[in-house]
Design a protein around this ligand. Structure first.
Ligand SMILES: Nc1ncnc2c1ncn2[C@@H]1O[C@H](COP(=O)(O)OP(=O)(O)OP(=O)(O)O)[C@@H](O)[C@H]1O
Ligand SMILES: [Mg+2]
Length: 309
């Protein structure tokens, strides 16, 4: 649904986006992650046809951003990272303005505005002035605006930035609803935990270069050489240490009191190592056993290590 082919943008002496290749299938939520200045906004603007690539191309639902920008525009809803100022406009007028810009007839606009207000939970604000809305409401209104022409593809640049926890959750629920509606969504963020539980795949960008992409699990496997297990025994910690140390897959053991942190070489087939089995077979009483979780935050830090100065 969204593909980029060596998409590149150079400003004078900065390459903001460097031969970026993305492939986001239909109905997928793709989390585009990277630190400040990584090139997220520049990429999203090129896919939205607002910025011309220096090199390469992006294809949205079969249309090229460089050759068929108008066709691309009809396919996408773009939510910028910055909400402009709209003096003296009511919420419904704001939406009507954008619907009119998409050449939707007046008759149909009324129903569409109702629908997007319901979807974004802003029905009660219909007659309010845009400038008087809270930040969270403005953000939802901005998303409502991107939906008036029922685009298949949504390009959302940090839609949850500056929102409080409740507003973030509301935004997340709204995005899940849009996914249920079958939209293909590219969403950027530098806050990883924000995306972790609902994106299907992620891409990590740093200094214009895609460092890794795929589903969260496969990225984990790509970068994770070792897995760490935390094991607490009730006694015989010394024996446990010796038993585990002799296993071929065990790389390293740290000991603290009755707890052992065992670092294990990840097997290519992803099988769990036999740590627990060995201990139990030797009558060692294990009171706690768990694998240390690696989350998106860890992935990000690992991947950008050495790249970020
Ligand atoms: N109009 C411009 N002229 C010159 N350089 C620019 C311009 N726009 C962006 N850049 C540079 O391109 C790089 C990428 O910027 P971009 O805004 O795409 O990053 P970002 O990932 O969206 O960052 P953030 O998380 O801060 O929003 C940065 O080094 C930035 O300084
Ligand atoms: Mg940005």
């Amino acid at each position: 649904m969204i593909e980029t082919h060596d998409l590149t943008k150079t400003y004078k002496n900065i390459t903001a986006v460097n031969h970026l290749n993305l492939n986001i299938p239909q109905g997928v939520i793709f989390g585009f992650i990277g630190p400040n200045g990584a090139g997220k906004t520049t990429t999203i603007k090129m896919i939205s046809t607002l910025l011309e690539p220096t090199y390469g191309d992006a294809i949205v639902n079969g249309f090229s951003v460089t050759k068929e920008p108008d066709a691309v525009k009809s396919q996408i809803g773009y939510m910028p990272d910055f909400f402009g100022v709209y003096d003296d406009m009511k919420v419904w007028e704001y939406l009507d303005f954008f619907a009119a810009a998409y050449k939707i007839e007046k008759q149909r606009r009324i129903g569409i505005i109702d629908d997007v207000l319901v979807l974004t939970d802003l029905e009660s604000k219909r007659e309010d002035m845009v400038d008087n809305l809270s930040r969270g409401m403005k953000q939802r209104l901005c998303l409502a605006k991107t939906l008036v022409h029922d685009p298949k593809v949504l390009l959302l640049d940090e839609p949850a930035s500056g929102l409080d926890p409740r507003a973030r959750i509301e935004m997340r629920e709204l995005l899940k609803e849009l996914k249920r509606m079958g939209k293909t969504i590219l969403i950027s963020s530098h806050i990883l935990s924000e995306l972790e539980d609902f994106v299907d795949t992620i891409g990590i960008i740093e200094r214009g270069t895609l460092l890794a992409s795929g589903n969260v699990k496969s990225i984990l496997q790509q970068i994770r050489a070792n897995r760490r297990f935390v094991i607490t025994v009730s006694d015989q910690v010394e024996t446990a240490h010796l038993l585990l140390r002799d296993l071929p897959e065990v790389q390293h053991i740290e000991r603290e009191g009755n707890t052992l942190v065992v670092e294990v070489h990840d097997s290519p087939d992803g099988d769990d190592p036999d740590l627990l089995k060995i201990l139990v077979l030797n009558d060692i009483r294990v009171i706690a056993f768990h694998e240390e979780e690696t989350d998106l935050e860890d992935i990000f830090m690992t991947i950008t290590q050495g790249v970020v100065a």
